[in-house]
Design a protein around this ligand. Structure first.
Ligand code: UDP
Ligand code: MG
Length: 304
């Protein structure tokens, strides 16, 4: 019989963890699916690890991986995939915002022979207007960059062993599970689900961490920002030819003194575009630097 590994990244989830375990255990037992739950404790500061280890000693199908500090959800997902031993592996949030019923649907599709089954958001649940619109902008950039429709993508996925191994073979340090799991290809299906409301605990993402996440993923998948630098350069070259001719004509005809406003404006505009361009290039260099440094995605301190 085939085994389903379920990977659940958990960061300060003491409020939700027991409910999640119960919900998953009962629905999977009812559906007759043999499973293992792999909780990846992303350096929680609360009782999350205690709860995981208690659950693991009571039930042999529950496993735990503990990070030495908070490395972020992406790292937790990959650590979970690395320790999954199932014939297929699912990734879901451990706050029950990804409905377990959809997981069963995904598993049935896997049994039919699909290799990557993506959870697609039918609705995004309760979010502020600002959050919704900035997420919209981010995903439209990412959709253009990856060529994969990301507007409704989520981290809720079920992957065949082949797909898991393919993902683990990608050596990129700054991983973006959502995009990489589509990028690898394979026979793909999708399951729609409604994002549930969080029953307890709170979202672990601050606005700052979301912005950082967005920039890092855009830089990882698109060189468009750098091409924009080139485009700006070309536009200014054309302008400088026009202005150059005008200046020469004035010089020859003896009207050369006026035009300080132009000089000041040009200095300001070119100066700021140069700075922004340097900043954009800086992002890519720091990205290259991080990849070259080759620091591990995560460090595991305990396993159970
Ligand atoms: N998470 C994590 N590390 C982090 C932040 C979040 O492992 O640094 C986990 C968290 O425990 C949850 C999932 O990622 O299982 C999604 O997080 P959250 O519910 O806070 O995000 P939201 O649903 O608000 O997007
Ligand atoms: Mg959540």
């Amino acid at each position: 019989m085939s085994l389903l590994s379920i990977i659940l990244p958990a960061y300060n989830e003491e409020a939700m963890l027991p409910r999640t375990i119960e919900a998953l255990r009962s629905i999977l037992t009812d559906s007759g699916i043999s499973f293992e739950l792999i909780f990846v404790d992303d350096g929680s500061a609360d009782a999350t690890w205690q709860l995981i280890s208690d659950a693991a000693s009571a039930d042999g199908r529950i496993h735990g991986v503990h990070f030495s500090r908070n490395f972020g959800k992406e790292a937790a997902v990959f650590a979970g995939l690395a320790s999954a031993s199932g014939d297929c592996a699912a990734v879901m949030d451990c706050d029950l915002q990804h409905p377990p019923a959809a997981l069963i649907e995904m598993y049935r599709l896997w049994e039919e022979g699909y290799e990557v089954i993506e959870g697609v958001k039918r609705s995004r649940g309760k979010e502020s207007f600002l959050h919704k619109s900035s997420a919209g902008t981010f995903y439209s950039i990412m959709t253009k960059a990856t060529g994969i429709d990301m507007s409704r993508a989520s981290d809720f996925k079920l992957l065949d062993r082949k797909a898991v191994d393919a993902l683990l073979d990608i050596s990129e340090r700054n991983s973006f599970f959502r995009a990489q799991s589509s990028w690898i290809g394979f026979r793909t299906a999708s399951v729609e689900f409604d994002v549930q409301e969080r029953e307890a605990g709170e979202s672990k993402w601050s606005t700052r961490s979301l912005i950082r996440y967005a920039i890092s993923n855009i830089v990882g998948y698109s060189s468009l920002p750098m091409q924009m630098v080139t485009t700006a350069g070309v536009v200014f070259l054309l302008l400088s030819i026009i202005l150059g001719i005008q200046t020469l004509v004035r010089y020859v005809s003896g009207h050369a003194v006026e035009g300080f406003t132009t000089v000041i404006l040009l200095l300001l505009i070119i100066g700021s575009i140069l700075m922004i361009s340097l900043g954009i290039i800086g992002y890519y260099i720091s990205r290259i630097f991080q990849e070259v440094q080759g620091r591990p995605k995560y460090i595991i301190s305990k396993k159970i």
